[in-house]
Design a protein around this ligand. Structure first.
Ligand code: ADP
Length: 270
């Protein structure tokens, strides 16, 4: 029947016999579709009122010198919170787009170094004198994928590395490749993560320490975005971390998406 989703599982029963389990997951599938639609629509609908609020806040900011100090503080608070809300809505919309396969962006070959400039731009306002940012990406390295999606993933990892290194330290952004894979990695010398939380980090809104993350202004969706982007690029995320020593987030891309030579890369991947 059309529109029926079945989950099939087989297990070895004894030497020659197999057991086959067939489960009707149509209802689960429909509920998941409803959840995705709801999040996409709600985020979209929240955008318009927020734009109006931000517009009025900007006008108020222009006249704030003539307002009492308590009101100035209130306006600054409202601006900060509306910025946070805007980031949250943008991240929710991006996740919704990533979850619906038909809205994917086109894939092309890109020089891995083309992400470096964009990363520097987003990182520089966050870096303090105690941080150093070291980007090591060979010129000829190329990666096949969607530029904007990969930009979202890579920049989330770099921003996290800085955010969760409050005392500074070195942030190392690196590209390494061999005949089997290409690896984009971001390493920091920051707070690190308790190993028992690592498997949950890519869940939506999962945060190791809510207080710490609220202060750093994250949305709790960054690593969920990274996971979805990598899934679309047949890549895997590896997280190595040691509490109070630092973390390394590595994105492993398969060989057919990676080039390190001057061989023309058109048409598309093998
Ligand atoms: P957030 O917006 O809270 O940063 P993310 O999905 O990007 O959300 O990350 C989820 C959680 O993983 C963070 O709240 C933080 O606790 C932890 N985390 C992510 N990156 C790092 C890092 N480089 N060092 C330490 N903890 C990290």
């Amino acid at each position: 029947k059309e529109g029926v989703y079945l989950e099939v599982q087989t297990t070895l029963y004894d030497k020659n016999d197999h057991l086959i389990f067939i489960r009707d997951v149509t209802r689960l599938h429909l509920l998941e579709e409803m959840r995705k639609d709801f999040v996409a629509n709600a985020s979209h609908e929240l955008k318009t009122p927020l734009t109006v609020i931000k517009g009025y806040l900007e006008t108020l900011e222009m006249f704030q010198d003539s307002l009492p100090a308590s009101m100035q503080k209130g306006i600054a608070n409202m601006s900060e919170q509306s910025e946070r809300m805007e980031h949250l809505i943008e991240d929710l919309l991006l996740l919704s787009r990533l979850e619906s396969n038909d809205k994917r962006e086109e894939e092309h070959w890109h020089e891995v170094s083309s992400w470096a400039e964009a990363i520097k731009k987003i990182a520089s306002p966050l870096l303090t004198d105690a941080h150093s940012l070291d980007i090591d990406i060979p010129e000829k390295a190329r990666l096949y994928g969607s530029y904007n999606e990969l930009y979202s993933a890579f920049s989330n990892l770099v921003v996290n590395a800085i955010k969760y290194s409050p005392d500074g330290g070195e942030i190392k952004v690196k590209w390494e490749s061999n005949e089997f894979s290409g690896v984009f990695s971001v390493a920091d010398q920051g707070l690190g993560i308790d190993p028992r939380y690592i498997p949950r980090l890519t869940e939506r809104f999962f945060r190791v320490d809510k207080g710490r993350s609220t202060k750093t202004g994250g949305t709790g969706l960054g690593l969920a975005i990274v996971k979805h982007v990598l899934m679309h690029h047949d890549a895997k995320l590896q997280i190595l971390s040691e509490l109070n020593r630092g973390s390394r987030f590595s994105c492993h891309f398969p060989a057919n998406r990676v080039r390190t030579d001057d061989i023309p890369t058109f048409p598309a991947i093998d």
